[in-house]
Design a protein around this ligand. Structure first.
Ligand code: GTP
Ligand code: MG
Length: 196
């Protein structure tokens, strides 16, 4: 099954005309991964143009959304994956995400986490790093974490993990410019990853 979906945020007719192609063949890949309900799809929409293809991952009923974005001075394919808790798959969704990471060799994997549950989700960050994937950590939903009085030192976390850590409030667009900048730097460096 393949269909075209109009996604938020809505863009002008002009940008639609410029960006209506979803042919992502040969483009570098940015893959969004993370637990369910952490804001992956909101970030996907922030990184891509208006239209995206939503299709079953081959041989499964799991839906994967692919779109085109302009990052690091070039068009890239952005992939929104179903929620996963671990690289050791239990669910069909996790199997699909693992297979996708294994076979598509993304230039960047953005691990999106909920700032309120950071410690519970960091094991997946470590699994992704151990698998040799080029990970950026996006600590999203910072607004709710701040309202709960949580303070997250992204600089310290970045040093400890050895990867970029970016704080975002994706629904409000906070931190998205910075996220795009860091992703763009990875795209420009253009390092393809090996197999898991
Ligand atoms: N307060 C707040 N809510 C957010 C933020 N980012 C996303 N949300 C909300 O969180 C909910 C889940 O967002 P999605 O983008 O659908 O999450 P997802 O990770 O794609 O979820 P799955 O596809 O089920 O894995 C939505 O109601 C969003 O509006 C944020 O930064 N702050
Ligand atoms: Mg989603």
């Amino acid at each position: 099954m393949k269909l075209l979906t109009k996604l938020w945020p809505f863009k002008s007719e002009k940008s639609y005309q410029q960006d209506n192609s979803v042919d992502t063949h040969g483009l570098k890949k940015v893959v969004l991964v993370g637990s369910p309900n952490v804001g992956k799809s909101v970030i996907f929409n922030r990184l891509t143009s208006v239209y995206a293809t939503v299709s079953n991952y081959p041989g499964t009923t799991v839906m994967v959304t692919r779109g085109k974005g302009y990052l690091g001075g070039e068009h890239v394919e952005v992939v929104d994956t179903p929620g996963m808790y671990s690289l050791l798959p239990v669910t069909e969704e996790e199997t699909v995400t693992r297979r996708l990471l294994l076979s598509e060799h993304p230039e960047i994997v953005i691990h999106v986490v909920d700032a309120k549950n950071l410690s519970r989700t960091l094991p997946l960050t470590l699994q992704l790093l151990e698998a040799g994937l080029p990970v950026i950590l996006d600590v999203n939903i910072m607004d709710e974490a701040e309202r709960m009085g949580l303070r997250i030192n992204t600089e310290k976390l970045s040093k400890r993990l050895g990867i970029p850590v970016i704080a975002t409030v994706s629904t409000a667009g906070r931190g998205i410019k910075n996220l795009k900048k860091v992703v763009g730097e990875y795209v420009a460096a253009g390092i393809r990853t090996g197999s898991l």
